[in-house]
Write a protein that binds this ligand. Sequence first.
Ligand SMILES: [Zn+2]
Length: 108
Amino acid sequence: MRADGVIVMQGNTDADFIHEAAHGYQHLVGEIELIQGGEKKAKYVDLGDERRAYQRQYMFKPSSVTGLRGKHSIHDFLDITDSWVESLKDRNGKTPYEGSSYENLRKR
Ligand SMILES: [Zn+2]
C-alpha cells in the first residue's frame, strides 16, 4: 500500500493479479492488514490467506500454480493446502511461507 493509502498490485501475469486481488480483498474484509507506505508488506497474513489466494489463482489459470515447486503436485484446487503452501520453494530454493504466520508478505 502506498503512503497515500492506494493499494498497488504488482505482477507479471493475469494469474499474478488474480492472486494479488485475493489479498486486496482480504485487506478490505479485515483478514489481513496491508501496511500504509510499506511496499509488499502486510500484517496477519497466514497460510490460510495464501492458500485461498493460490486456490483463486488456480481457478483462473491452473498452469500458473501446477508449475510451482511444492511438496506434491496439484491436480485440483483442493490439492492446494496450507502445508502445500508452506512447502513452496522459490527460485532460490527458499521456503518463503515457512512458519504458520509471518509479518512480511513476500512477493507471492
Ligand atoms: Zn500471496
